[in-house]
Structures are given as structure tokens and as C-alpha cells.
Design a protein around this ligand. Structure first.
Ligand SMILES: O=P(O)(O)OC[C@H]1O[C@](O)(CO)[C@@H](O)[C@@H]1O
Length: 569
């Protein structure tokens, strides 16, 4: 086996294209197209507990040979034992034996790996590894502040951890109280944030929070008004004892700002003082930071310039929410459900890049999806095994089924957890039998340590992969295009409203066709968008359709229900 540092994932450029994991095992993989025939998959899964591919599912060896995959079970066992990586201290195993790389390939890749490892050492020492934004990339220091390149940064991290833990203790211990709650202490957390400012805390809460944490957490991670209303309604009278944590590195993300404004409105309507229950986690002097400071919020914690949103779980973003739930070990079913969603952002926002570091167009990227096994076996595994072949799967296996003393045999010799184990092993075998590659990552149980190790593993894998393919993993220029376009739509909506308002203030009211609105907005080229804007406003009772219906755009004539005289001038 080639000498590759044990802390790193073995990868060849297509190897990280997908991953999978479940409660115990989750599954996520590369997107693909249509579903094929519905061969019964379940039957062979249930018959393949802890065995390699049973005869009934062994596909032609030709398929595997064609992919360079080993077919002889003895040689495969040797390959498994030779390549199995174990990190004893973490109780973590990585099995890459079901990926068809050859010794020659590893040899050929060795210099590139060595360069990637060197890049990683430089990155940890504080190199500007995000050149487009001129930033250091320091999320590894959060786990081990001693790695920070200077004592100023080390102290910044350490002081922040201390401040978070003191604040969390005071909240959980009831020293810091909500002003008007009958309970006299905080009982709920409402976390407002999106992308990296939500996914890590969501994943960790789902994986590790006990059934009855001191503070229950819920999230607003979108600008969907109905979703926001639902979260607020669920809080009910407990809004008075809700700690609202607003998370945004930039402090200016519109979805997060909208969530905050909606929550503040709910507080006003309930006669509550938001500032006594609000916490901001953001970069110093951002819009959010300034708002929180001026309004005198309960607390503010910094996000550091050198930590990206999608790698911020070990910063205040993840730590405050975790500390407030007093995390305990609960290796229960489905608890890793959100890992794939978390990784989707980490992998796709980091690796989906148009240009490499030398400016060449490379259109890199790996699609990640999945939920959990064995549930996903009843959804899309059929296609993975038999359909379009452009992915590899990663199984996340958890060895401990339940806390000690809680297991029981639902059939002689077989527990519920044995079934889950069987499903994982069976799926792995069945995929391989049909030439589909997979990696298996195994942890002993779901603990804060193992969850941290999984996050660290993938952060590292993404960083190494980016070096191998020579891209910047730490910026996201593509996201800006969508944000900019959204801003233009809203600006156009304001023009549409102004034109409609003018026509609606006439006596008699002048209903306008879509073409007339587009002309008066001086935006004939945007007519389709104008139609969509009007259809959306009409659906929300903010515009009145005088003629026609939204299904036939050319027939529509529209005006506003009220004339806003002030807006005329
Ligand atoms: O934390 P912020 O600045 O609100 O950004 C939220 C998310 O938006 C992005 O900037 C773009 O999707 C992510 O990288 C980030 O995690």
C-alpha cells in the first residue's frame, strides 16, 4: 500500500462524487436520470446479512472487470484488509476496497497527493488559501487552537469558546432569564440562519440532542412566510421564553434578515421585548452586528473572517447551539439523517467551480444527495444498482445499535439493529455485484466525538480534493449570480408596483395588460418576469385581475386594489 498519511482520505478525482449514510447508514449519491425496471431489491437485501454478494445477485463478472473491479472473493478480502484504515483513538474506520483504483493509479497519484498534503500544511500555517477573497482558511484551528498561526488568533478562539460556554451555562442555569416568561428561564431556541449558518447546527442537533434537552431548538432557514409562521406558531406562548439566535457571517443575507424581521414582528405583537432575548452570531461590524449593538441585544458572538460559513460548525455557530442543548450521547435510529444535507453544501459549494486556480475553465463539481438507509433503499437504490452509472456511494455505518441493555431480539437471534446492519451490508454487496463502487465509513457509536470526527474527515477530504484538482474550495462566486438576479427581480417588482399604482389611482381605474405594464416599466424584454411578478402578487391578493386569468397571460388585465397616493410622487 502506498504511503499516504493516515489522516487523509484516499481519493481519485471521481471518488468523492457521492456519499451515503443512514441512521446508522445514510445514503447519498451522484444525481442521475430515469428509473429502470422494478426488480425486487428488498428480497436480496434481507438474504445477504453479513455476507458478500449472494449468488442470486452476482452480476456478470464482465461488468466488474470492465470497471476494473476485483471479482475473486479471496482477493477482495485481501484488498479489504490491506486498505482498511482504522483510527483507533476515534474508533473510525474507512473502507475503500469497493472502489476500483489500482496500485498503479495510487503510484501515479502519489506526487499529487504529496502536493495536496503540503498545501494543507501551508493552509494550517495560515497561508492565504482562499486567494479570490484574500483570506486565510482557519476552520481547523477551531478544533485545536494551538494550530493557529499566532497567539492573537489562538486567544481569540479560546476566549470565544470560554464566553460561549459561560453564556450557555448562565442561560441553562437560569441566571440569564427572559424578562417576561412565567417559567422564569429560557425553554426554547429559535435559530435564524441559512446555508452554513444553519446546516451544521441542524445536523448536530438531530444527531446528538437528547429527547428532552434543557432548551429545544427549532430553525428558520428560509424566506418562506408560511414556514416562518409555522415555526412561530409552534412556539406559541413559549415565545416569551425563546432565545433567538440570529446567525449570519456576512450579516446581510436577505433570507436571514427577513426571518429576523418576521420574528421581531411576532415579538412586538406578543408585547415582548426582542432585544432581551436576541443573540447575534456574525462578523464584527457587519450590518447584523451593528443592529444588535444599537438595539442592545442580549449577546453578540463573533464569526471570524477566516472561517467560511460551510466550515463554521466548530465556531460560535455550532458551539452555542450545542452548549445550550447540553448534548449527551444518544446513538439512536435516524440520528445522522441530516449529515448528507450538511455535506451537500460542504462538498457542492466548495468543489462546484467553473475555473481552476490558474484561470482554466474546468467546471469541477460533485453532486451529493441522500437521506438515510434503509429508508432510501425503498426510494432510489434501484436506479443506483441498475440505472445510469455515474456515481459512487458512501455508507456511514454506526456499530452500536442502541444504548447498552436496551436491545432485544425481535426474532430468534436477530434484533432490529441487525436488520439495519443487514440492509447496509446487503446494499454494499449488491451494488458492488453490479459494478457500483462504494466507500464505507464506520464509527463505533454516535457521540459528540464521532460526529466531530465525521465533520473533520469531510472538511479535510474536501480540502485535499480541491488541491488535487487545483481549485479554490473556499469561495462561492456562483452563489452571487443567483443573489444578484433575485435582487433585480425585486427591483423590477417595485417598478411594476409603481406603474400599476399610477394606473390604479386614475379615475376611473385603468386596468393594464401585461404588455402595457412592461412598456410603462421600459422593460419589454422582461415581460415574462413581469407576468410572473403579477401572477405572484395576484395569488397573494396584492393585485386584482380585471380580465382573463393567470393561466392565459395575454388575456390578463390587472390593477391594484388600493391607490397609494403617497407613492405617486
Ligand atoms: O452566513 P451568511 O453570511 O448569512 O451566509 C449564508 C450562506 O450563504 C452563502 O454565502 C452562499 O450560499 C453560504 O456560503 C453561506 O453559508
Amino acid at each position: 500500500m502506498a504511503s499516504i498519511p493516515s489522516s487523509n482520505l484516499i481519493a481519485k478525482p471521481h471518488l468523492l462524487s457521492s456519499s451515503s449514510s443512514s441512521s446508522k447508514l445514510q445514503l447519498f449519491s451522484l444525481s442521475s436520470s430515469s428509473l429502470k425496471t422494478n426488480t425486487s431489491f428488498k428480497s436480496f437485501i434481507t438474504h445477504s446479512v453479513a455476507r458478500d454478494a449472494p449468488a442470486s445477485v452476482t452480476a456478470t463478472d464482465a461488468v466488474k472487470k470492465e470497471k476494473g473491479l476485483e471479482t475473486d472473493p479471496k482477493v477482495l478480502w485481501e484488498r479489504y484488509t490491506e486498505w482498511l484504515y482504522q483510527h483507533k483513538e476515534l474508533g473510525l474506520y474507512i473502507d475503500v476496497s469497493r472502489v476500483g483504483f489500482s496500485d498503479e493509479f495510487v503510484k501515479e497519484m502519489e506526487p499529487r497527493f504529496m502536493k495536496a498534503f503540503k498545501d494543507m500544511v501551508e493552509l494550517e500555517k495560515g497561508a492565504i488559501s482562499n486567494p479570490d477573497e484574500g483570506r486565510m482558511v482557519g476552520h481547523y484551528w477551531l478544533r485545536n487552537p494551538k494550530l493557529a498561526p499566532n497567539s492573537f488568533l489562538r486567544l481569540q478562539i479560546e476566549n470565544n469558546i470560554e464566553a460561549i460556554s459561560a453564556f450557555a451555562d448562565d442561560v441553562v442555569g437560569g441566571k440569564i432569564k427572559p424578562p417576561s416568561s412565567p417559567e422564569g428561564r429560557f425553554t426554547q431556541i429559535l435559530s435564524v440562519g441559512i446555508g452554513g449558518s444553519a446546516l451544521g447546527p441542524q445536523f448536530v442537533a438531530e444527531a446528538l440532542a437528547p429527547d428532552n434537552p434543557p432548551l429545544k431548538i427549532r430553525f428558520i432557514d428560509n424566506t418562506d412566510p408560511a414556514g416562518i409562521d409555522h415555526q412561530i406558531a409552534q412556539l406559541g406562548s413559549e415565545l416569551a421564553s425563546t432565545l433567538v439566535i440570529v446567525v449570519s457571517k456576512s450579516g446581510g443575507t436577505p433570507e436571514t434578515r427577513n426571518g429576523l424581521l418576521e420574528v421581531q414582528k411576532a415579538f412586538r405583537e406578543a408585547g415582548l421585548n426582542f432585544s432581551k432575548q436576541g443573540v447575534a452570531i456574525t462578523q464584527e461590524n457587519s450590518l447584523l452586528d451593528n443592529t444588535a449593538r444599537i438595539e442592545g441585544w442580549l449577546a453578540r458572538f463573533p464569526m471570524f473572517d477566516w472561517v467560511g460559513g460551510r466550515t463554521s460548525e466548530m465556531s460560535a455557530v455550532g458551539l452555542l447551539a450545542a452548549a445550550l442543548q447540553d448534548m449527551v450521547v444518544l446513538p439512536y435510529k435516524d440520528s445522522l439523517l441530516l449529515f448528507s444535507r450538511y455535506l451537500q453544501q460542504l462538498v457542492m459549494e466548495s468543489l462546484g467551480k467553473e475555473f481552476d486556480l490558474d484561470g482554466n475553465r474546468v467546471n469541477q463539481g460533485l453532486s451529493v444527495y441522500g437521506n438515510k438507509g434503509s429508508t432510501d433503499q425503498h426510494a432510489y437504490i434501484q436506479q443506483l444498482r441498475e440505472g445510469v452509472h455515474n456515481f459512487f456511494a458512501t455508507f456511514i455505518e454506526v456499530l452500536r445499535d442502541r444504548p447498552p441493555g436496551h436491545d432485544w431480539e425481535l426474532e430468534p437471534g436477530v434484533t432490529c439493529g441487525d436488520y439495519l446492519f443487514g440492509m447496509l451490508q446487503g446494499t454494499r454487496s449488491a451494488l458492488y455485484a453490479n459494478g457500483r463502487e462504494s466507500i464505507t465509513v464506520t464509527v463505533q457509536e454516535v457521540t459528540p466525538r464521532s460526529v466531530g470526527a465525521l465533520i473533520a474527515l469531510y472538511e479535510r477530504a474536501v480540502g485535499i480534493y480541491a488541491s488535487l484538482v487545483n481549485i479554490n474550495a473556499y469561495h462561492q462566486p456562483g452563489v452571487e449570480a443567483g443573489k444578484k438576479a433575485a435582487g433585480e427581480v425585486l427591483a423590477l417588482q417595485k417598478r411594476v408596483l409603481s406603474v400599476l399604482n399610477e394606473a390604479s389611482c386614475k379615475d376611473p381605474v385603468e386596468p393594464l395588460s401585461i404588455e402595457q405594464v412592461a412598456d410603462r416599466c421600459h422593460a419589454p424584454e422582461d415581460i415574462e418576469m413581469i407576468y410572473k411578478i403579477i401572477a405572484h402578487m395576484a395569488a397573494n391578493d396584492r393585485a386584482i385581475i380585471a380580465e382573463g386569468d393567470c393561466g392565459s397571460p395575454r388575456s390578463v388585465k390587472v390593477f391594484l386594489g388600493e391607490c397609494n397616493v403617497d407613492a405617486l410622487y
